[in-house]
Structures are given as C-alpha cells and as structure tokens.
Design a protein around this ligand. Structure first.
Ligand SMILES: [Fe+2]
Ligand SMILES: [Fe+2]
Length: 271
C-alpha cells in the first residue's frame, strides 16, 4: 500500500513541477516595454502582417475540449497536476495571442477571424483523443519555435523582438511539457504500438514542415532562416521532443531552475 502511494507520488512529481512552473512563469514574464511604439516601415508591414495575423489566431484557443480530455487523462493515470497544468498552459497561449494582438493594434493591423492552417490544426485536434491532440499541438509548437526566431530577426521593431523573445522562452518549455505527457503514454505501451504512433507523427510532422515553409518562407528568409536551416532547426526540435517521448524513465526536467538560469535558457532556445 505504501509502495503504491510512493509510486503514485513519483508519477505525479514531474507534473506538479510543471504546475508550479506555469504559476511561476505567469508571474515572471520578461518586462516588455510597451511604451516603445515604433512603427514598422510599409515594407516590413507588408512582409509581416499576414503571418502576424495568422499566428495571433493560432495562439488563441478557449481550450475547453483540451481541458476536458486532460481531466480524463488525469483521472485515468491519477495525475491531477496534469489537468491543473493544462489550465495554466492554455492561459499562457492566450497571453501570446494577446501580445500579438496588442502589437497589431499599435501597428494598425486588422486581426483575422479565421486562418485555414489553424482551422485544419483545430479540426485534427478535435477529431482524436488527448494523445492526438497533444501530438498535433506539439507539431505546431515545433514550427512556432522556428517561426518566432525568424520573426525576431526579420523585424526592426524593438517591441516585436521583445514579444518574440518572451514567446520563444515559453514555447521551448511547452515542447518539454507536451513531450513529457506523451512519454507518460508511451511508457505504458508496447514498442510495436509506439512505432506505429511515431510513424503517424512523422507523417504529420513532414506534411506540416512542407506547408509551413510554403506559407511563411518569405518571413523565414527575411529572418535569415533559409530552407536548409529551416529543415535543420525544425528537425532538431523534433528530435529533442522525441528523445523525451521515447525515454524509458521520466526525464528529470526542472523547468523553473532552467528558466532562472539565463545562460541555460539562452542555450535551450538556440536552434
Ligand atoms: Fe504560443
Ligand atoms: Fe505553445
């Protein structure tokens, strides 16, 4: 009985750490200097507006369906900290959307109501179980890492650079968090089943890699991320996530500590 309780606590510990991280991160955002309302040149605006509109929509979700599935997962594996973490994670994504929306307002860029790529991602996520949802979300977040890095370099706006830097800091943690949830599921299945799941993941990843490049290549190139590096960076993030997902034992990640250490965080964000 005692052993069982210890095992349950051990299973919960990483997700409790993540819950504490999301709370800590909410209260320790980099101070973005909103007084710096420098206007983008018309050339820059023309280049970046459409992608800003797309990502602003993509970052926002009410997350009700996700929350519901996270509750089921938490109950099934007796990990209440997971669904509590998801609640804060959804708020963090909404915060990204608000950052972009506020920036767009300063630059007089009209927000979009719907984006077809986001529509496909949302549909894919809603069709499957929690694993499918996390897998699709993780794929989108891998490409967000490459996109925000390019956007930060492509823009001359100090304000937009600060926003991108904060989002990159948050997203690198999201990759670890989502991968850990998948590791939890993978560790309870056979190698054969896991191989099949990785195969599906690779199809989704490669298709997204092609679509995202075609849609946002101008921004990537303006940020110095040419096709070869685009592949290199996205493949690298994908491999890093896979390392966590396929780990036999739960990887030890202390999200608050690595965030507090500026040089290790810088290292983590570097593609
Ligand atoms: Fe985000
Ligand atoms: Fe994210």
């Amino acid at each position: 009985m005692l052993k069982q309780r210890e095992e349950i606590q051990e299973e919960q510990r990483p997700f409790k750490d993540w819950f504490e991280f999301f709370e800590w991160n909410r209260d320790n955002q980099t101070s973005i200097d909103w007084s710096n309302e420098d206007q983008m040149s018309s050339k820059e605006k023309e280049l970046l507006s459409a992608s800003l509109q797309d990502f602003q929509v993509g970052e926002y979700s009410e997350g009700k369906n996700f929350q519901k599935k996270a509750h089921i997962f938490s109950a099934l594996f007796d990990i209440p900290w997971y669904s509590r973490s998801i609640e804060l994670f959804i708020k963090e994504e909404q915060r990204h959307s608000h950052y972009l929306l506020d920036f767009m307002e300063i630059q007089s860029i009209e927000p979009k109501k719907e984006v077809w790529l986001d529509f496909i991602f949302t549909k894919l996520r809603s069709l499957g179980n929690l694993e499918a949802k996390v897998m699709v979300l993780l794929t989108a977040e891998i490409f967000s890492m490459v996109f925000y890095k390019a956007l930060r370099e492509a823009s001359n706006s100090v304000l937009l650079k600060q926003i991108c830097q904060q989002i990159l800091k948050d997203e690198v943690k999201h990759l670890q968090f989502q991968s850990l949830a998948l590791q939890c599921l993978y560790s309870k299945r056979s190698n054969f089943q896991n191989t099949l799941h990785r195969f599906v993941d690779k199809i989704i990843f490669r298709s997204t890699q092609a679509v995202v490049w075609m849609k946002y290549r101008k921004v990537f190139q303006a940020g110095g991320v040419y096709f070869k590096n685009y592949l290199k960076y996205s493949n690298k993030w994908h491999s890093k996530c896979e390392e966590i997902i396929l780990a036999k034992d739960k990887p030890i990640i202390n999200p608050i500590n690595s965030c507090k250490n500026a040089s290790s965080l810088k290292q983590e964000i570097r593609a």
